[in-house]
Design a protein around this ligand. Sequence first.
Ligand code: SER
Length: 319
Amino acid sequence: MKNVLVIGSTGQIGSELTMKLRREIPGSSVVAGYIPGAEPKGELLESGPSAIADVRDAAGLARIADEYRIDTIFNLAALLSAVAEKRPLMAWDIQVNGLLNILEVAREKNIAVFTPSSIGSFGPETPRVDTPQDTIQRPRSMYGVTKVATELLSDYYFHKYGVNTRSVRFPGLISYVQLPGGGTTDYAVEVFYSAVKGEQYVCPIAPDTRMDMMYMPDALDAAVKLMQADPSRLVHRNGFNIAAMSFSPEELFSVIRSMEPSFSWRYEVDPLREAIAASWPDRMDDSCAREEWDWKPVYGIEETCRDMLKNLRIKLNKK
Ligand code: SER
């Protein structure tokens, strides 16, 4: 991993992953790929090269790959679950047709590809607790359908053409840097903004609906560590279950209130998001990731809440 293209570099994961790679991979050149309207700014723009990288433009991707001699692509372009439900054809176009464009360029130019999958790749028939690595995947959301297709296409290109594809199934990701854009797990980020601003939080997910969650530093470590893993140890490829913590809204809000005593909340459940959330695992079994590439998270719910509140107070200039 030396010359890297991050597609979706200004998004929820990309904005932090691009900076981490620039800081931590010695001698690397990391191109911040973006689409018009979502240009990189500030440190992201100034700390390295950037280029328009639209997954729907195969020729454009090939040009960037040649110009920067790209050897690794982190493909983070996606519509999240709630938005994908409103624009299903666009979600398919970006997540599936876009991935095919990337995989074709990768096949021709010998490029490794990381494309995240998600807890969203599971569905109502999937075992909810200790969800196995290899199990039923029959999601009913378009987001989930595209994520299963993503896993299968990535495996197909590995088995048929030897393309070095790897991925993880991310849980809901929590971060203070960039807001997620229209996912089912967004509540676990938004709530911290309300808590720090002293506003009552109105939660769209039911009090007891559990989902897997992860703090962003662990998620970024997973992506980098998997791409650096010894291929001879990998039995699986696309995508590995990874887990760090699992909670319901009520449990998360209680921990936040123990740290921010004036915090209050109420529920106005959104049927669309709740139906998606209820079909996702409570907690994935991540033993394959632990065995095959030494995955190990650092942040639990308490550490996450403490760090989020501390950093958001600084970001929002509170206290
Ligand atoms: N965080 C995503 C969503 O809620 C799931 O991977 O859509």
